[in-house]
Design a protein around this ligand. Structure first.
Ligand SMILES: [Ca+2]
Length: 474
């Protein structure tokens, strides 16, 4: 689905939304394994892990062996888990563990547990972290193994008792911060700055470590003559100013990080070959794209989210049947250069309505597995409104999506109803009064390409992929 677009010297700009039922939410933590070269449990930022993988929980027992022989020894290694913890309830959280040897835990960058070998669950060592229900915070866990047995089970509880002491469940651990859109949806712009970009910069005495969208680290080393040397095989210029701001010129992009290491802006470099590159401006934590600017025309698109200090729906009241606000941090409104707007409305955490300028509305429905299973576009909404008594509560005017196997989440078929097709064939004119700028363009990914792919060869239009047979009973 497309919003309005405009042409710039740097190319066409606009925002497109796609839905992919196979897109999976990134759960689990990134686990990195290091030989402990100094035998003190401290891993230098320059040291590369011998193994990186995603693990659903922090619940391991390697006995006397190595987690990854022969690259990792059975003694003197460090296992590190990084990602986000999402609080299931509001409360004062504590983390502790059953561990051998030393366990350290950081939440939001603050140490909340640090105990050497070895311990059963010991809440007396645990610090307190106040969190509200649904809040996601960065968590880092490190186990430093010395000799003999190696194991760790990470526990959590709230001091209020509403979260009982338990091994941290996989459902509460995530690879990324709060999503910008519900599962399955992608907007063409890089809303949270986690695409081909850098998201974070960390300054230490001798280097600057940049984290890219995949979580990989890029270490820039301080030169004795001033300035920084890029990692092997990379090129760019990194500068640190007296206020602690970091500017990285990398290819045709310029990234600016504030003193806390958060990405403030990503813009095209001043380059005589590309003087009109669109500028992407980010702010907040978690990072959000707030503006796309065309430096030549001065036109821009502004994006609003349900987050503190932002204005979700611009003072207007959402329709009665949707939630007053989206889930925290999700996209709710796009304001175009001419003042027109698109709005995204949500029901029970799902995207239920997209309203383009001119009140061009598309409604979505989801099955009990959370998969998109019907869609009513603005033409159909007009047709339905003309005779609501007979048309409103039926699927006759909807696109229906069926899935053979909801665990595989591959759509079997998308069809519009016979009445809808008949209406189309008869060339029925719209009966509504809304001003239409463009027809939303819907695409369906029928192949198994990965989420985020925009290759047109993997897309077919919704109505074109329907086979001529009866769909299975739902
Ligand atoms: Ca041990």
């Amino acid at each position: 689905m497309e919003g309005p677009t405009f042409n710039t010297v740097g190319g066409e700009t606009g925002l497109k939304m796609t839905y992919n039922s196979q897109q999976q939410e990134q759960k689990g933590l990134k686990a990195s394994y290091f030989p402990d070269l100094s035998h003190n449990g401290e891993i230098s930022p320059q040291q590369e892990p011998v193994l990186v993988r995603t693990e659903p929980q922090v619940n391991v027992d390697w006995g006397l062996g190595s987690p990854f022989a022969p690259a990792l020894p059975q003694d003197y290694f460090v296992a590190r888990w990084e990602g986000y913890f999402q609080a299931p309830e509001t409360g004062t959280y504590q983390f502790a563990g059953v561990h051998d040897d030393r366990l350290r835990v950081w939440v939001n960058g603050n140490s909340v547990y640090d105990q050497g070998c070895c311990s059963d669950v010991n809440w007396g060592v645990a610090g307190n972290v106040s969190l509200t229900a649904g809040q996601r915070v960065p968590i880092k866990v490190e186990l430093a193994e010395v000799t003999h047995s190696a194991f760790l089970r990470l526990f959590v509880r709230t001091t209020e008792g509403n979260v009982k002491a338990q091994v941290v469940p996989a459902d509460w651990l995530h690879s990324s911060d709060l999503p910008v859109l519900p599962k399955g949806w992608t907007l063409s712009a890089d809303l949270d700055g986690t695409g081909t970009t850098f998201t974070e910069a960390k300054v230490t005495d001798q280097n600057v470590v940049l984290t890219d969208g995949t979580g990989a680290k890029h270490t820039w080393t301080k030169k004795s003559t001033g300035g920084y040397t890029p990692p092997d095989g990379e090129e760019g210029v990194l500068a640190l100013d007296s206020a602690g701001r970091i500017t990285l010129t990398y290819g045709s992009e310029v990234f600016v990080f504030n003193a806390q290491g958060k990405l403030v802006s990503q813009t095209g470099a001043i380059d005589s070959r590309k003087p009109a590159t669109l500028q992407y401006v980010y702010d907040g934590a978690p990072s959000r794209l707030k503006e796309i600017k065309d430096p030549v025309s001065g036109r821009s698109q502004r994006l609003h989210y349900n987050r503190p200090g932002d204005d979700c729906y611009g003072g207007t009241t959402p329709p009665a049947h949707v939630d007053p606000l989206p889930p925290a941090q999700m996209l709710c409104r796009i304001v175009y250069w001419d003042g027109s707007q698109s709005k995204l409305f949500y029901s029970r955490g799902q995207l239920s309505r997209f309203e383009d300028p001119g009140q061009e509305i598309t409604d979505f429905g989801f099955n009990t597995y959370g998969l998109l299973d019907n869609l009513r576009d603005s033409r159909a909404i007009d047709w339905v409104s003309a005779d609501c008594a007979n048309r409103c509560n039926t699927d006759h005017s909807n696109y229906m999506v069926h899935y053979w196997d909801v665990t595989a989440t591959k759509p079997w078929c998308v069809r519009s109803s016979s009445r809808r097709r008949a209406q189309k064939n008869a060339g029925t004119t719209r009966t509504g009064t809304s001003r239409r700028r463009r027809r939303p363009m819907w695409t369906l990914r029928g192949s198994t390409r990965s989420a985020g792919s925009t290759a047109s060869s993997s897309m077919t239009t919704l109505s074109a992929c329907c086979p001529r047979r009866t769909p299975p009973a739902r």
